[in-house]
Design a protein around this ligand. Sequence first.
Ligand code: FEO
Length: 400
Amino acid sequence: MYNITKITDDISYIGLNDRRIELFENAYPVKNGVSYNSYMIDDEKTVLLDTVDWSAARGFMENVLHVLSGRPLDYVIVDHMEPDHAATLGLILEKFPEAKVYGTLKVADLIKQFHGLDIRDRFTAVKEGDTLNTGRHTLHFTMAPMVHWPEVMMTYDETDKVLFSADAFGRFGALSGNIFEDEAGLWKADLDDARRYYTNIVGKYGANVQNVLKKAAALDISMICPLHGPVLREDLGYYIDLYLKWSSYTPEDKTVLIAYGSVYGGTENAAEILASKLAALGVKNIRVADVSKTHVSDLVSEAFRVSNIVIASPTHDGNMLLGVEVLLSELKYRSLQNRAFAVIENGTWAPLSGKLIKEELAGFKNCTVLEPTVTVKSAPDEAALASLDELAAAIAGSLQ
Ligand code: FEO
């Protein structure tokens, strides 16, 4: 049965939830599920903005048919071709062969690649500033390449001042009837998970996000309709400020993440001691995380939150511990910048992990490594404690 929510007089939310999914993109745990958002405008012409994941196909088709109530579907606007939004696009295009399709130039190719459909005879490739009038509404198209794929664009409805923002301003978590964030309270209840979505999905593309934010600043926006998570219509500055911070790789908090790997507890002990020393020096909101127990997407999110990151690892078969290696690789891949790192190494006979970690960190843009590098031999001793004291002082000093 259909399940839709009107968000303005003639714009409907027709998205659906997936609470069974374990891993979004088969990579990121989503303990609270995810929503696949889609919208329809019921104007003189009917408009569908994006579709949903295959898992929600049945309910989605019921929603589309209900909004249409026997009318033809005139326009399909494709803001993003990733299959969580376009898997059911093929079904729609086959069911409504008269519907005209609007998207960026690459969209027709991607429809061919994903769905085997040649839609060139009914496709309009739009570019920055192009518009589409549907009766009461005038839609403006603004390019948003690499937020999060190259074909992405956003659609701005000048009539109701709604920005259909594609993946931007989305978040993990299924919706529970409350479509609007001011009723759902998801962002402020769990900002960490919203940041985890941003940093892992579009964190790498900060410069592209900045470009889009500049264009958005010129628009009069009363509502942001993303492709995941709640619709935003209050306190929009809060979300835009977060996006400005995250996309410029500016820390939210002057504090410390201590991410450690540990095999027999010596490195863990050093990490915990450092945390206590930092707390004693007045540092607040410190997070200590075991890389072998914490999903790397959470660590990436934390790394974007904090100004300082301590990487602690034993030497394991002449390398750093696997989880530490994965974390560094993910942080580099997400283009994390503007951070002060510090290193704790452990080695029972030949400590090497510190050197290897610092070699990795040398490739991070605008990042420093605070001294000293703490060396633990199996378990912290008095010399290691003194070194941890020195490092705590250096970190606390850098936070001033
Ligand atoms: Fe939600 Fe880039 O797809």
